[in-house]
Design a protein around this ligand. Structure first.
Ligand code: CTP
Length: 406
């Protein structure tokens, strides 16, 4: 994601709903990410947000009316449609979507969309009744069939006081879909990718559990990158604050639960990436009532959990590609290589937890990739999304070469 918008030209269409104010945030984030942004507003959108706000944020005059004279940047609707790498409509009202579905072009925004052959990302926002109306549903189906990417609105309290689906999706999710639209190469299209993320929680009693410091960020970044590369992604997540991602997410808590869900989903997967920090031990007895304190110490009896990756390694078939993470505080490469072999994995991402900027929590990581044939590659310290891209790209290459040899 970090370079997805660099030097990209984005046409941002804003139509008239209260969520129009959120388009300012989108414009600002795109500009900060290195994109050029040309805004087109409908007349109704200008009732909610001043064009001056968007002009200031983007550094370009906002395009408003079909027959207006644009002072600093001469462009008409055809020129804007040609100029753009992608078009983002946020918020898209029911009216705008109906016009697009039927090919109407009675204002600058709808005319530009009709002229635009570039990827179109639509983020609807409206009252839930309007969103759910059969007419709106038909329009969405029509637009989706035509290849438009629709970012589902969220659920919750709406500006009109109703509660339901219709709230403009979160900016992260909208930008993720835009990044997806801009990415031309999707080598994982048609491929199924299973990713695990986060820690596990091993209950001692109804109020206490054993866990670890994993934040889930690395695993979520991997799921995101696999999706951006076109994969059909299932994310099995331990208990973490979930990031909104357009993937099939399965929530789990204990290592046993993660093992059950992962092993049940594994058979049809092309690539499996075990980024979760699964507990190796769980309390032998889980007390049904709160353990009370007594004089003296307390000894916990722990028993081993299933090693999910090792079990996947035993069951591995055909081109299926298995990737593990080795989180270490000493003898990084020797331990990681031993795990690679013992668990029958194809790639191991060795993670030195003692290095500043690497490991649990935080936005960056530093990995060394180890292949089963003895090759290795030390990656620089980088953003977790970029690390995740390297891991997913390496896994895809292994899968592709192996599938070609079958
Ligand atoms: N793993 C797993 N199931 C477990 C433990 C680990 O699938 N019960 C996976 C992790 O998801 C990771 C890899 O195995 O991909 C290595 O995990 P790590 O915690 O580094 O090593 P362990 O095998 O648990 O060995 P140790 O704790 O002794 O370092």
């Amino acid at each position: 994601m970090s370079t997805a918008f660099q030097a990209k030209r984005i046409l941002l269409g804003i139509s008239g709903g209260i969520a129009a104010y959120k388009a300012c945030e989108l414009a600002s984030r795109l500009i900060k990410a290195g994109a050029e942004v040309q805004v087109i507003m409908t007349g109704n959108a200008t009732k909610f947000v001043a064009p001056l706000t968007l002009r200031t944020l983007t550094g370009r005059p906002v395009m408003l009316g079909m027959f207006d004279e644009v002072k600093q940047w001469k462009v008409d609707h055809i020129g804007a449609a040609r100029w753009a790498d992608a078009c983002l409509l946020a918020p898209a009202t029911a009216n705008l979507m109906a016009k697009l579905a039927w090919g109407l072009a009675d204002d600058l925004l709808s005319a530009t969309c009709l002229a635009c052959a570039k990827p179109l990302v639509i983020a609807p926002a409206m009252n839930s009744g309007m969103y759910d109306h059969p007419a709106s549903r038909e329009n969405r189906a029509k637009l989706a069939e035509r290849g438009c990417l629709l970012v589902e609105p969220g659920e919750g309290m709406l500006a009109c006081g109703d509660s339901g689906q219709g709230r403009l999706a979160e900016p992260e999710l909208i930008l993720l879909w835009l990044a997806y639209a801009l990415r031309e190469e999707k080598p994982l299209r048609g491929r199924r990718v299973l990713v695990t993320a986060g820690p596990t929680r091993e209950s001692l009693d109804p109020v206490r559990f054993l866990t670890n410091h994993s934040s889930g960020r690395m695993g979520y970044s991997i799921a995101k990158q696999a999706w951006l590369l076109g994969g059909e992604v299932t994310l099995i997540s331990g208990p973490v604050e979930p990031e909104a991602l357009p993937v099939n997410r399965i929530e789990t808590e204990s290592g046993a639960e993660m093992a059950d869900r992962t092993l049940a989903a594994a058979a049809g997967q092309d690539i499996i990436i075990m980024a979760a920090a699964v507990a190796d031990y769980t309390p032998a007895v889980k007390s049904a009532v709160k353990i009370k304190k007594r004089a003296g110490g307390l000894t916990l009896e722990l028993e081993r959990t299933t090693d999910i990756l090792a079990e996947l390694g035993r069951r591995k078939k055909a081109a299926q590609t298995l990737v593990g993470f080795a989180a270490e505080t000493e003898d990084l490469l020797a331990n990681a290589r031993r795990k690679l072999q013992e668990k029958n994995a194809d790639l191991m991402a060795a993670n030195d937890l003692t290095r500043p900027g690497a490991g649990f929590g935080g936005g960056t990581n530093q990995l060394t990739l180890l292949w089963a044939d003895g090759r290795s590659r030390e990656l620089a310290l980088m953003d977790k999304d970029d690390c995740a891209y390297e891991v997913v790209a390496a896994a895809e290459e292994i899968w592709r070469e192996r599938a070609a040899g079958l």
